[in-house]
Write a protein that binds this ligand. Structure first.
Ligand SMILES: Nc1ncnc2c1ncn2[C@@H]1O[C@H](COP(=O)(O)OP(=O)(O)OP(=O)(O)O)[C@@H](O)[C@H]1O
Ligand SMILES: [Mg+2]
Length: 304
């Protein structure tokens, strides 16, 4: 149940339950913001099959990409790390082979292992949308997760379900590891909380776990205490929009016992679209824009 060990490299996963919410835009600009703070950064395009992170840096031709690694054309992941025009910032371009998103499990494990061995102050993972195994499996190696959502209620509810899915997956993994069938069954019941209302909240679930295995219950509590998801409400048009993150924070607190989530917001900003047409990241094209300031705030949180 422990969070991954902290070594010198901090791996940050950028995720989102929905497509098009701004994961890649935030990944690219966050990478620049961190590099401006003097950190060495590798941004990795893990939106396999639909990669476009490089285009945000104005890179049209990818010399090497994850395709080469997945197809065993290149054995060492560091060999496909490319320099960018930004100091301290390097990138691993994504793959575009059709079907690459359904990586064979062993290949995925190899990629995950190699990613966790990259040497840099920060490794940012721009992941695909949703909570499929191709997203969540990569989260195991991340010390921090940035969940990107937009302010609309359906989007926030998706974000809540996403976090719940992640946590349940962690619990399932842990229960499998300790080989306790009763706990796995309990988790299945908690998924069907309409039939088992006592298991609707994490507190209820922890209580039920405690009656079966005290150590497992303590371990869940410990995990939740240390779990500090960063939620970014992107494309906020008003203060009210920016505040909607609190709805999610309350839900996470009430139903999932996550007490220390961090809620940030990023303005809707025309500078983003303008930068895209210039083939330049916003932080370089419009460093004083509201968007840039918001991204710098996220970077500050990550370096703390
Ligand atoms: N804060 C913002 N202000 C204005 N436009 C934005 C903002 N954030 C993102 N966009 C625009 O939204 C669109 C989607 O952004 P992006 O590609 O980063 O999303 P994504 O979550 O990575 O999508 P996908 O799931 O397809 O990978 C882009 O056109 C981008 O320029
Ligand atoms: Mg994307």
């Amino acid at each position: 149940m422990a969070l991954p060990d902290k070594n010198d490299t901090k791996i940050v996963a950028i995720v989102g339950p929905k497509g098009g919410v701004g994961k890649t835009t935030i990944s690219a600009n966050l990478a620049i913001a961190l590099s401006k703070l003097g950190k060495n950064v590798i941004a990795v395009d893990l939106d396999l099959g639909a990669s476009n992170l490089h285009t945000l840096f104005g890179i049209r031709e990818t010399k090497a990409s994850l395709d080469d690694f997945v197809l065993n054309k290149i054995t060492n992941l560091p060999d496909i790390v490319m320099n960018t025009d930004v100091n301290n910032l390097r990138i691993i371009c994504g793959g575009n082979i059709p079907g690459i998103a359904n990586l064979h499990y062993n290949k995925k494990l190899k990629l995950i292992r190699n990613l966790s061995q990259l040497k840099s102050d920060f490794v940012l993972l721009d992941l695909g949308a949703g909570a499929s195994s191709n997203v969540v499996d990569f989260l195991i190696i991340a010390q921090d997760g940035v969940l990107v959502t937009t302010p609309e209620v359906p989007s926030l509810l998706n974000a809540y379900s996403f976090i719940k899915t992640l946590i349940f997956r962690r619990l399932a993994l842990h229960f499998k590891q300790i080989e306790q069938k009763e706990l796995i069954e309990l988790l299945d019941k908690a998924r069907d909380f309409e039939s088992y209302p006592k298991l609707k909240t994490m507190e209820g679930l922890i209580e039920a776990v405690r009656s079966i295995n005290v150590a497992a219950a303590n371990s869940i509590r410990n995990f939740l205490t240390n779990y500090k998801p960063i939620v970014v409400v992107n494309r906020a048009r008003s203060e009210k929009d920016a505040d909607t993150g609190k709805v999610l924070q309350n839900l996470m607190n009430q139903y999932l016992s996550i007490k220390s989530s961090i809620i940030l917001s990023v303005h809707e900003d025309t500078a983003v679209g303008i930068a895209v047409t210039k083939l330049k990241p916003v932080l370089l094209a419009a460093p004083r824009s509201l968007f840039a300031k918001d991204i710098e705030m996220i970077a500050q949180v990550l370096v703390r």
